[in-house]
Design a protein around this ligand. Structure first.
Ligand code: ADP
Ligand code: ZN
Length: 759
């Protein structure tokens, strides 16, 4: 049962027979905020039970929203006091809460958000709750660590090292340091400090590990803004000062100062005494960005992303809840932190597809940010150089305010964009860098400037084929070809992650040494570039080539400082990094994104090409972007080159309006999977036949059809697509529709509201 994103009514229901995902969407206003000892209360456990259970309030009573430990069968589990008990469970069997944990009770605002977000994404409440309690050791007493201050004795025997330690502590004027901090500052080993502690010259004390974050000063170091920026900043500051909900789309080319402007809104929010959250795509969460925040406010913000240690997560979670972290800079999951008084959410690079979580709970952090802000009376800023059509349409319809920064800051100008018509280039079969592009790169190398070659494909080659029999090596578990990764020396399935060594013998015909790589990936492009430019220092940026996000970010910083002449990169490089020395971007295959059947193929290509091109010419040197294409007359390519955004969006909007698809209509994807292919199709057909609840609501179902990737990890996949006019109560109709179907055995069903991917 665990891991099902959505269990229609086949899931165990609570005592009232209600499906918790469908429960009352707002907390009733007459809900008491405190329950006396012995009162009947409803507790939502963090276990995948998907129901609120009745308990009695413990000795001393408890608050609504309190984190509690409750007995469940023979076990003890963590839960939240969600409201009064239902009272329809055998009253003599109701047990008592074991204890109330030492954590701030969950606020009404967050509980309402979880209920509404769960209702929107059709996710059971316990799964939503788990998103909001992803901090380890919540129930533990505060953990302690050792800190060190100056003691009151002086050791008989002084050494250089000992003197340095005592000097550092004297300079601290009574403040304390951790062992590591003290040893590092004094330039000694930790054993020197410990030795001094034994002698009493240094005092060792216990102090809680979860300490408050340093105070940020909103007036610390504001920049002189350009007129354009100052206007935008004033509007945003005024919006934040209203302490009410509103969303603003902040649009501006890369380098126009969007970050500077939204940091002013953050400053206003902090000055109001409220908390702020800046959401970034995980990969854009760099040390460079944090340093910028520190330069603006005089101290570092709290961080929340996959690279944050377990202890630090716990600290952030607690301090955010106590109001002792004013600003969080984080990835999408920071939206579920227990803010005490959230006044502003910035979603930077709002168009980025990584805001959509594609496994577990299928939610879009951009949309959920707007939902949370509307509940907690906060402002939202959606920042992007290339906004999504959704946000563009919302601004157009007047739902969002729109601000635009039109020019780049300083002397930087937008790169000159041109197509390289590949039909007229003289290029041998297994090469991808055209002579025109080669000459352009050569020029940059001679001028000691950086060039970037972009291809949106990881690995060495997308296909490995046997020249003897034509067999293409595929994954054993998925309906996908294995991608050669020379760097890892393995074939990798990009669907399930399965890898195998590069074979020398064809698995189909046993021919020896006849396997050949077909098509380019970023590694193969790097190989070609190194041959063409043997003296250039090459840096390859692809997500799979670094052991950790930290290593990758370190490499990006080295490159930004001039540590490479030629950068070969995937999509990764398009995301908000500053490469001040970069003046040429070469896109190897501008047509690649145009091929899919994806609803957003044109939009994505347009955004990606413009983002990548925007990497060039940020500082004082003008940049150039060259797009290799076989279809220079394609409307999308033409609008990318002309930079006529408005007509691109208008054409795209017209097409989508005509087709009745988002943002002018609603979609939901239904993904069924099973190890048994017959079983999935049977369920898919049964769903399609019994579509009355959908039709009643004005919605239509398409399919079932095998998913574009029809088998992943050994499970057969079938998709249905539900389409409805805007304004349809789609979630309710979907819930009614799937309710009668029981998911037996291996069958799984996931419902994806507003799907972003259709694989
Ligand atoms: P964006 O977020 O739109 O890409 P940034 O805010 O990162 O743009 O600005 C681009 C660069 O220009 C940054 O290095 C930033 O510090 C600098 N910059 C922008 N506006 C100003 C300003 N008013 N004063 C000083 N530097 C600025
Ligand atoms: Zn696979």
């Amino acid at each position: 049962m665990v891991g099902w994103p959505f269990l229609p009514r086949a899931l165990p229901q609570n005592e009232t027979g209600r499906n918790p995902a469908m429960m009352a969407l707002t907390i009733p206003p007459d809900t008491p905020s405190y329950f006396d000892e012995g009162a009947l209360i409803g507790v939502l456990p963090t276990q995948p039970l998907d129901r609120v259970l009745d308990y009695r309030a413990p000795e001393g009573g408890c608050h609504l929203g309190a984190f509690v430990e409750v007995p469940l069968g023979p076990r003890k589990v963590l839960g939240i006091v969600w409201g009064p008990g239902q009272g329809d469970y055998d009253i003599s069997k109701v047990r008592s809460v074991i204890r109330v944990l030492d954590a701030a009770p969950m606020r009404d605002e967050l509980r309402t958000f979880l209920e509404k977000a769960g209702g929107y994404t059709l996710t059971p409440l316990t799964a939503m709750l788990r998103l909001a309690t992803r901090a380890p050791g919540l129930g533990d007493p505060p953990s302690m660590r050792k800190i060190y201050r100056l003691g009151d004795t002086t050791p008989d025997r002084m050494t250089d090292a000992r003197t340095r330690v005592l000097d550092v502590l004297r300079d601290m004027g009574g403040l304390s340091l951790t062992l590591k901090e003290l040893a590092e500052t004094a330039g000694v080993t930790t054993s020197v400090v410990k030795g001094l502690a034994k002698l009493g010259a240094v005092r060792e004390e216990d102090s809680p590990r979860d300490t408050a974050f340093p105070t940020l000063d909103p007036t610390y170091a504001g920049k002189d803004l350009t007129d354009d920026q100052a206007n935008a900043s004033a509007t945003l500051r005024a919006a934040v000062a209203t302490r009410s909900y509103g969303t603003t789309l902040l649009k501006g080319v890369t380098g126009s100062g969007k970050t500077e402007v939204y940091l002013e809104a953050v400053a206003e929010c902090l000055a109001q005494g409220r908390q702020a959250l800046v959401l970034l795509p995980e990969i854009a969460l760099t040390a460079e960005f944090l340093t910028r925040v520190e330069a603006r406010f005089g101290a570092l913000p709290a961080e929340w992303h996959s690279g944050v240690t377990v202890t630090e997560r716990r600290r952030v979670w607690k301090m955010v809840g106590q109001g002792n972290a004013q600003l969080v800079v984080g990835a999408r999951s920071s939206l579920f932190l227990p803010f005490r008084d959230l006044g502003l959410i910035v979603v930077d690079e709002e168009h980025d597809t990584s805001y959509k979580q594609e496994d577990g709970v299928l939610y879009n952090a951009r949309d959920m940010a707007v939902l949370r802000a509307s509940i907690c009376h906060a402002q939202v800023i959606l920042a992007s150089a290339t906004p999504s059509l959704e946000s563009w349409a919302n601004a157009d319809a007047g739902k969002y305010q729109k601000l635009e920064l039109t020019s780049r800051f300083g002397d930087a100008i937008l790169p000159d964009m041109r197509a390289i018509d590949m039909r007229t280039e003289d290029l041998p079969g297994s090469s991808w860098i055209s002579p025109t592009l080669q000459r352009a790169v050569q020029k940059r190398l001679e001028n000691a400037e950086q060039a970037l070659l972009f291809i949106n494909r990881r690995g060495y080659a997308p296909v490995t084929i046997c020249r003897a029999c034509g067999h293409q090596i595929g994954c054993d578990h998925c309906d996908a070809r294995m991608v050669e990764h020379r760097f890892l020396k393995r074939l990798v399935c990009h669907q399930c992650g399965e890898t195998k060594p590069l074979p020398t013998v064809c698995p189909s015909c046993d021919a020896e040494d006849r396997l050949a790589a077909v098509g380019p990936g970023v590694e193969r492009l790097a190989e070609e570039a190194q041959t063409l430019f043997p003296d250039a220092r090459l840096a390859v940026l692809s997500s799979d080539m670094f052991g950790s996000a930290r290593a990758l970010k370190a490499e990006i910083e080295t490159i930004a400082q001039g540590g490479a002449d030629l950068i070969i990169g995937t999509q990764l490089v398009a995301k908000g990094h500053n490469f001040p020395l970069l003046t040429l971007v070469g896109v190897i295959d501008a047509d690649l994104g145009l091929q899919g059947s994806d609803l957003r193929a044109a939009e994505r290509t347009f955004q990606l090409m413009r983002q990548v091109a925007g990497r060039a010419g940020r500082a004082d040197k003008p940049g150039e972007a060259l797009l290799q294409t076989f279809q220079p007359e394609h409307p999308v390519i033409r609008s990318i080159l002309s930079g006529d955004e408005h007509s691109f969006w208008k054409a795209e909007a017209d097409e989508r309006r005509h087709a009745g698809v988002p943002p002018y209509g609603r979609l939901a994807g239904i993904i069924l999977s099973s190890t048994d292919v017959q079983e999935v199709f049977d369920l898919g057909n049964a769903l399609a036949r019994n579509d009355a609840p959908l039709r009643r609501a004005g919605a239509h179902v398409f399919g079932p059809a095998p998913a574009p990737i029809a088998r992943v990890r050994g499970r057969h996949r079938v998709r249905l697509l539900v389409k409805a006019p805007k304004g349809t109560p789609l979630q309710a109709a979907l819930a009614d529709w799937v309710a009668p179907f029981k998911l037996k055995g291996e069958l799984r069903m996931a419902i994806d509201i507003d799907p972003q991917s259709f694989y």
